[in-house]
Design a protein around this ligand. Structure first.
Ligand code: FAD
Length: 389
């Protein structure tokens, strides 16, 4: 005998747990999250850098960041239960995108969109960059865009906070793995779990991150989403940089931000072979990331590599953006939330709210997110961010 739920969510990372919280807040009584690993050893969420930015070019991404960042700033109140109010350690020190002459036009065009969306930004020419960040190399730069109200937080506190809130508000968590989905007519009627148990849901949400394409395949839906390894490194310097340093993102996809006594750094390797590979390659830091850091900020010439790890992006191969909502041609009670391509943590609250609206009201209400849907996959019609990511 399988247990009936209103919504079954496959995957209990930031996206699955946030969705569960928003569904309960919207009054959906029976919500179930299937998550095989409550230690989250391989999940993307706890591996993330924690950056949250409004510096996008697509209105949907900007609007999702605006809602989510405000939500995170008050996260403790949103998810507080019985005296438990996790501190996500929000650091509002800004995001700084920098670019050379070849990037200036795109950065400026994006800045116009950001301003039109109400994002507070500052455009900095090379002289302004030199004056404000004298410790950063600037001779190759033409423009910087600073979003001073962006910042970063602790990804694991977000995950635990959402999970705790979901549990406290009556969401059922099954420590199990979805292994098969049974379809009758146009609906998923049952989900088989690795333990042999079965569950049923009026709606089934696929929030399985890097594993979401294999879940979708079970119901004949092809998702262009693959695991893409991404390294993260924590280093300490002999001489610390000013404490108000923002998160810096340069055109080579190098990211540097302060973290505790040191710095979290990473450089996205876009041509990384896809697959479930969690191995750390020390040569990537030695040969690529360290030289890139030292070239940008001289203080990184002398550093101590304290820790490094590999996590996986659920990379959307179509256009680097999420795929959200129902899948045209698939079962009508099947929804997906995946393909976040490195932005899922910062957008989790907006995604959770959007999915709850779809389930309860049948449409996106707070932010129109239809362009992020599966239709564009069917039409092979990418909806890309413009410029550096
Ligand atoms: C190194 C790195 C840096 C990043 N930096 C940032 C950043 O700065 N800002 C940002 O916004 N994002 C960042 N991201 C991306 C972000 O971490 C992800 O987009 C986000 O965490 C995705 O959450 P999720 O819940 O979809 O996936 P996950 O956290 O991976 O959760 C998916 C869950 O599904 C479960 N699952 C798998 N198979 C099944 C099954 N068959 N049945 C049931 N459950 C299953 C897994 O166990 C897993 O816990 C980064 C990612 C990495 C790897």
């Amino acid at each position: 005998m399988s247990i009936q739920h209103d919504v079954v969510i496959i995957g209990g990372g930031a996206i699955g747990c946030a969705t569960a919280v928003f569904l309960r807040a919207a009054g959906v009584p029976r919500v179930c999250v299937i998550e095989p690993d409550p230690t989250y050893a391989k999940a993307a969420t706890p591996m993330a850098t924690g950056g949250c930015r409004r510096l996008f070019a697509l209105p949907e991404n900007i609007r999702m960041s605006q809602f989510s960042i405000e939500y995170y700033k008050n996260f403790a109140q949103h998810v507080a239960v019985d005296g438990y109010a996790p501190d996500v350690q929000w650091k509002e020190r800004g995001y700084l995108f920098i670019g050379g002459p070849q990037h200036a036009d795109v950065l400026e065009q994006n800045a116009r969109v950001q301003e039109a969306e109400g994002v507070k930004i500052e455009l900095l020419d090379r002289a302004a960059i030199a004056a404000r960040y004298p410790w950063m190399r600037n001779d190759d730069l033409a423009l910087g865009v600073l979003s001073p109200e962006d910042g970063w937080l602790d990804p694991n506190s977000v995950l635990q906070g959402f999970r705790h809130k979901a549990q406290a508000t009556g969401v059922t968590f099954l420590r199990d793995r979805a292994v098969d989905l049974y379809v009758r007519g146009r609906r998923i009627v049952e989900i088989e779990l690795a333990s042999g148990a079965r569950v049923r849901g009026d709606h089934v949400v696929n929030a399985a991150g890097c594993w979401s394409a294999s879940i979708a395949k079970l119901v004949g839906v092809d998702l262009p989403v693959n695991p893409m390894r991404r390294f993260e490194h924590y280093v300490e310097l002999a001489h610390e940089l000013p404490a108000d340093m923002p998160l810096i993102k340069d055109p080579d996809r190098l990211i540097i931000r302060p973290e505790g006594k040191g710095y979290a750094v990473g450089l996205v390797k876009s041509d990384e072979p896809r697959g479930f590979n969690f191995e750390v390659e020390p040569s990537w830091f030695q040969d690529v990331v360290w030289p890139a850091c030292a070239a940008r900020v001289k203080a990184f010439e002398e550093l101590k590599l304290v820790r490094e790890w590999a996590g996986l992006y659920d990379e959307c191969e179509l256009d680097g953006n999420m795929i959200l909502g129902h899948c045209e041609g698939g079962p009508e009670n099947f929804l997906v939330a995946c393909g976040f391509s490195g932005h899922g943590l910062m957008h989790a609250p907006a995604v959770g709210r959007g999915l709850a609206e779809l389930v309860v009201r049948g449409r996106f209400e707070s932010i129109e997110l239809t362009r992020m849907g599966y239709q564009r996959v069917i039409e092979d019609n990418p909806y890309r961010e413009r410029g550096i990511l």
